[in-house]
Design a protein around this ligand. Structure first.
Ligand code: ARG
Length: 462
């Protein structure tokens, strides 16, 4: 196939070099955006008197036809084409003749590809947002059912203080709500049109960049033509958002994997989201959660690859930038798939409240509350902390726990101990008495649940 840029060349491009140069294998997925961008561009060219109404009519009809034909499988994208932009333009000219050659007036592939990518990633961002909202909804529902499920809260993976499973889950709701906000913020900067920047310096034609931007749903235009064609911040930003989402999903996965183990036994994943072993008949593995954890590294790689590809580039466009697409496509697709599997995996997960409570009963997780008991009776906290430390040590030596240690023994440590200490250190009291804002106490948890519900009600899917 003759190259559109063949004019200044005498020799042909080496076959291997041609393959190496081609991006059609991955940028063909932007065909919708490419055609919609061209439709808007052509309409503007006509409105500004750069092409005739007759030309516009032919170009628009041709482009609409190509779009419909690709969508409905009548036209196969030719994998020998250099990229999607060249393919669409060549196909147009094939269908409507020389008029098709007018489409590329006052435009370059440099601003065209920047436009297509922004349009494409705007759509993908909306999908990611929808995935995040479904996950937040699943978390909200699980949390609502588990406001009474007392479990040990951990620090250093050591049992620390009693919490409810609802409180633990709501921590993840907060993370994913921040992710939605971060994503919306990234989309704000992504949503400006670079079209009309042309190759790098703008154009001598009287174009109307704002008209094109408006037609394509952008909030404005890029303000510098060189920045317009060489800016890929929106890819790096979106991949940063994706990386943070994956980091959150990965931490959540890690916990689900731990909770599903025999050692914890806090939850059981549905058969629909687990797999067995080919040799060990007893096994039920949390493969989906493990895969999400594993894929996190891949998305980080996409981000680092993109930043590294960009870091040494002089202005304006360089072919290195063709490498932006595979990374960012992989990043967004991975996040979308992970979110898609995570929400139903969580919704169908069985919570074993009894096991959680049993685990919370061991490990002295009410020791802080015992120290608070003494403190409320007038003892300075540091002294109370020390006494309770001694009590724990003696319990460990004698195989006792705080709940069953006799009052007479407590009295040996401090005269301030009375019968009411047992009520004070019961797990239910420990949770109920947490009254600070954001705590695991019942009032705080219902406030958080309301917050999440309101957040979900406020969101619109764009
Ligand atoms: N396939 C190219 C890319 O993805 C399109 C832009 C090519 N521009 C150029 N001046 N060669 O970046």
């Amino acid at each position: 196939m003759e190259k559109m840029w063949a004019g200044r060349f005498i020799g042909a491009l080496d076959r291997m070099a041609d393959d190496f140069n081609s991006s059609i294998h991955f940028d063909s997925k932007m065909y919708e955006q490419d055609i919609k961008g061209s439709l808007a561009h052509a309409a503007m060219l006509c409105a500004q008197g750069i092409i005739s109404a007759d030309d516009l009519e032919k170009i628009s009809a041709g482009l609409e036809e190509i779009l419909a034909d690709i969508r409905e499988g009548r036209l196969e994208i030719d994998m020998n084409a250099e990229d999607i932009h060249m393919f669409v333009e060549a196909e147009l000219t094939k269908r409507i003749g020389d008029v098709g050659k007018r489409l590329h007036t006052a435009r370059s592939r440099n601003d065209q590809v920047a436009l297509d990518l922004r349009l494409y990633l705007r759509d993908e961002s909306a999908k990611i947002k929808a995935g995040l909202l479904s996950l937040i909804k699943a978390i909200y529902e699980k949390a609502s059912e588990n406001t009474d499920a007392i479990m040990p809260g951990y620090t250093h993976l050591q049992r620390a203080q009693p919490i409810t499973f609802a409180q633990h889950l709501l921590a993840y709701a907060m993370m994913f709500m921040r992710d939605v906000d971060r994503l919306s913020d990234a989309v704000k900067r992504m949503n400006v049109s670079p079209l009309g920047s042309c190759a790098l310096a703008g154009t001598t034609y009287p174009t109307d960049r704002d008209m094109v931007a408006k037609a394509l749903g952008f909030d404005g235009v890029t303000e510098n033509s060189m920045d317009g064609v060489s800016d890929r911040d929106f890819c790096a930003e979106l991949l940063s958002v994706c990386s943070i989402i994956m980091m959150h999903l990965s931490r959540f996965s890690e916990e689900i994997i731990l909770w599903s183990s025999w050692e914890f036994g806090f939850v059981e994943l549905s058969d629909a989201y687990t797999t067995g072993s080919s040799i060990m008949p007893q096994k039920k593995n949390s493969d989906m959660a493990e895969l999400v954890r594993g894929k996190t590294g891949r998305v980080y790689g996409d981000l680092i690859g993109t930043l590294t590809m960009l870091k040494g580039l002089p202005l304006a466009y360089n072919k290195d930038m063709q490498e932006d697409k595979e990374s960012v496509f992989d990043g967004v697709e991975t996040v979308e798939k992970c979110l898609e599997i995570f929400a139903p995996m969580l919704s169908t997960m069985k919570v074993k409240k009894e096991n959680m409570r049993t685990a919370a009963g061991k490990g002295f997780i009410n020791a802080t509350d015992l120290a608070d008991y003494l403190t409320k009776k007038g003892m300075p906290f540091r002294s109370a902390y020390k006494i309770v430390g001694n009590i724990v040590a003696s319990c460990l030596a004698s195989g006792n726990i705080l709940e069953t240690l006799p009052l007479a023994v407590y009295k040996n440590f401090s005269e301030l101990f009375e019968e009411d200490l047992y009520e004070e250190i019961s797990l239910d009291t420990c949770v109920k008495k947490r009254i600070s804002k954001g705590s695991t106490g019942p009032e705080s948890v219902s406030y958080q649940l309301r917050l999440v519900a309101d957040y979900l009600n406020m969101q619109t899917i764009d």
